[in-house]
Structure formats: C-alpha cells, structure tokens
Design a protein around this ligand. Sequence first.
Ligand SMILES: Cc1cc2nc3c(=O)[nH]c(=O)nc-3n(C[C@H](O)[C@H](O)[C@H](O)COP(=O)(O)OP(=O)(O)OC[C@H]3O[C@@H](n4cnc5c(N)ncnc54)[C@H](O)[C@@H]3O)c2cc1C
Length: 414
Amino acid sequence: MGNKNVLIIGGGTAGLSAAVELAKLDIHVDLVEKSDFLGGHAIGYTCKATRNTCVKCGACMVEEKLNHTISNPKIKTWTGSRVRTVSKNGRFTAKIDGRPKYIDPDKCTNCRICFDRCPFPGGILHGYSPNNIPYYAINPEKCRYLKDKSCGTCRDECPETAINLDATSTEYTREADAVLVATGFQPFNPEDKPYGYHRFHNVVTGLDLERMLKNAGRVKRPGDDTVPQRIAFIQCVGSRDSKRNHLWCSKVCCASAMRMARRIKDRQPEIDITVFYMDIQTVGKDFEQFYKDAREDLRMVRAIPGDIYEVEEQNLKMNVLDNTTHETLEEIFDLVVLSIGITPGKDNGKLAELLHLKLTGSGFIESGDNAASATNTGIFTAGTVRSAMSIPETIASAGSAARQIAKYLRPNPS
Ligand SMILES: Cc1cc2nc3c(=O)[nH]c(=O)nc-3n(C[C@H](O)[C@H](O)[C@H](O)COP(=O)(O)OP(=O)(O)OC[C@H]3O[C@@H](n4cnc5c(N)ncnc54)[C@H](O)[C@@H]3O)c2cc1C
C-alpha cells in the first residue's frame, strides 16, 4: 500500500498512535496539528511512578509515539496548521493553512538561547517534549517584533540564524485516500464554578498540576512559590454535572488525581493530601490494589465542597458536608487542585460541518467509518474526539481506526 496516503487531523495521542500504526502498514501519512507542538494534552503529563514502580499512568507511551512519529520517513508532520477545506473526487483534496514558521526546524538545535534572552515574559513558548523540534515557538500574542517591530533579540542572538520574524503564512494542498479525525478534547474550564479558579492564586487544575510536576518535579504554590502543607483535590469538576448537561463521567480523573497525589507524597511526604469525591471510577485490573494502597497515603472524603473562599496567607477555606458521616466540616487548605473533566473539542462543530460528520447529543463526534454502521465515506475518527477515554484506550482506539483504514484502502480482489 506504499502509494496510499492518509490525512490525519490532530497530533495528540490518537493522531500520533494512528500515524505510527499506518506507517507500519506501509501507508503514508500527513499529520496536521494546529498547535506548534505535537503530543496533545498528554505530552504535558508527568510520569507518576512511586517508589520507582510504574503505576501505568500512560504518560511515557505518548512520548514513545511522538518519538516514533518524528523518526518515521513515511509520516510528514505539519504543525501550526489547519485544514481549511476538504473535497472528494475519487481521492480527498485538502487545502491547509500553515501559520508562519518563525523558527526553522532544520536549523534549530533547541539550544534555548531564544527562550532565555527574550525580554518579554511569554514571548517564546516551549513544548513539553524535547522530541518536538523546534522545542520553542514565537508567541504571536506576546512577541514585540510582531506587534511593533521594537525587538528582535531572539533573531539577533540565535547562533544558527534559525529565526525569521518576517516569515509569512503558507497554504498547501495535500491529496489523501482517507481522512482520520483525531482532534481530541477540550479540558473543562472551571472559571464559572465557585472555586475561584483564576481568581485565587492557589487554585489550580489537574492539568496545571501535571505540567508543574513535569516541569519542576515538585509541587509549589503558584501564589508565593512555597511548598504547600495541605492540598485538597476536588473530583468531578465539570463531569457528571447536570446543570451543564455534562452527564458523562470523564473516566480518567479519579485515577489521575490519586496517581498525582501519591506521586507528590512519594517525593514530599510531609504534605497532607485530601481527595473529595462523589464515587470512585475504577480503571484497569490492578485498580482495587491501587485504591487500597492510595487510601493508606491519602485522606479520602466522600463529599464535594461548596464555595471556596480565600483567607489569610492566600489559603483556601471551604465547607463540606461529608456524605458518609453527615457532618459539616470547615476545612482550610493551602493549595486546591480541581480535577477538571474531558469535554468535547472546540473545533468539533466546524469539523463535523467540513467532513459531513454527526455530533452526539453531548457534542463529541460520532464514530465515522469505524462505526458498526460504516458508510464507506473514507472518514474515520479516533481518541477523545469521540468520547472521554484514557491514554491506553486512546491508543487502542487509534490502532483500531488504523486497521479499519487499511481495510478500506485495500484494493478489491478482482
Ligand atoms: C486533567 C487530566 C488528566 C489526565 N490524566 C491522564 C492519565 O494520567 N492517564 C491517562 O491514561 N489519561 C489521562 N487523561 C486523558 C488523556 O489526556 C487523553 O486520553 C489523551 O490526551 C487523549 O488524546 P487525544 O489525541 O484523543 O486528544 P488530545 O490530547 O486533546 O490531542 C488532540 C490534538 O489535536 C489537535 N487539534 C485540535 N483541533 C485541531 C484542528 N482543528 N486541526 C488540527 N489539530 C487539532 C490539538 O491541538 C491536540 O494536539 C487525563 C485527562 C485530563 C483532562
């Protein structure tokens, strides 16, 4: 099938995994990713091994898929790009818009000089995996050159002359025999919950904590850079929420929060950690033992707190009605972590329109050609664009989509 080509939209766990599987089947891939970096949400997750023992969080699996993708000559990646139109006349023709490539990946050595010397905070972004080349990107929202041409420090100091701040957008056209939509999810935005996210410095999301642990290895309070003594995790933020019609369970948050909490205890045992939950979602065959061990390290309270207030020293106060003891507890923590859920991707509506796919009642994209009711359109889906799922489930979904695509592309025996 060396002459077949698949267009994959989305370069997260699902897109990378499907690309690797398709390449193994001798199928060429164009992988279009809208952000500057490959890997999606999960490339920012930390390894959660405790006592040097793997707890199967899946974070390293994403790094491995990224590594295989960038080293595979059958996979061409297009970061900072979006599919504008797709038409079908026998094959698919996709018109793709690429943002300016200010940093030339062929010249960049990831030396970090641009990042260190940029005088404007946030002017240079970096990814979460050094396997992304470049690992750095110019942030058009903060770059002073792009605003008024008053700075060119990164360009002037780059020893490889890899930076061209006058680069322009590009448009390109790719032909494909099938399309895979792997555009993932959008994390729930908890700003309008009464928990003070973005109002109180020491309220963060699970995603923020993942990235803090990946970057710095240890947990600190964003408000004052001190080590917290009491951390609360609040589960089901934005999931199983009938007021928002988010009736689904995000499936990954219980295990993810407990793994992060235990990883913190492993390295910073002096920190007390409480997890407030509705129910615990079990995942995987070893979960019972994992949960039993977790209860030894963590205080588990079956209750979801009401409003959070900031009190002295940027600490956080909350009232909680414990569903087991029926007692009202007043609790004070110095860091609160909101276990935000998985919600439908921002672009789902547009993509559904572009590719004639259907949305589910919740706003995820229906399965496309890999559904039981395959319609032979040549358009497939994989990963959390379809529903909430974990990294291993996403990889399995991408593998299954790749096999369905190979079946669809196989020439009919004559
Ligand atoms: C807080 C939190 C913690 C989690 N922790 C764990 C854990 O410990 N273990 C675990 O197994 N799972 C965990 N998960 C779930 C995990 O994040 C997902 O299973 C995984 O990221 C799904 O990958 P994906 O490729 O489907 O989506 P994504 O990671 O969302 O990737 C989609 C990619 O598509 C790109 N994209 C979107 N729209 C477009 C477009 N129009 N054009 C081009 N590109 C586009 C995005 O930029 C992104 O790179 C967690 C989830 C959350 C919210």
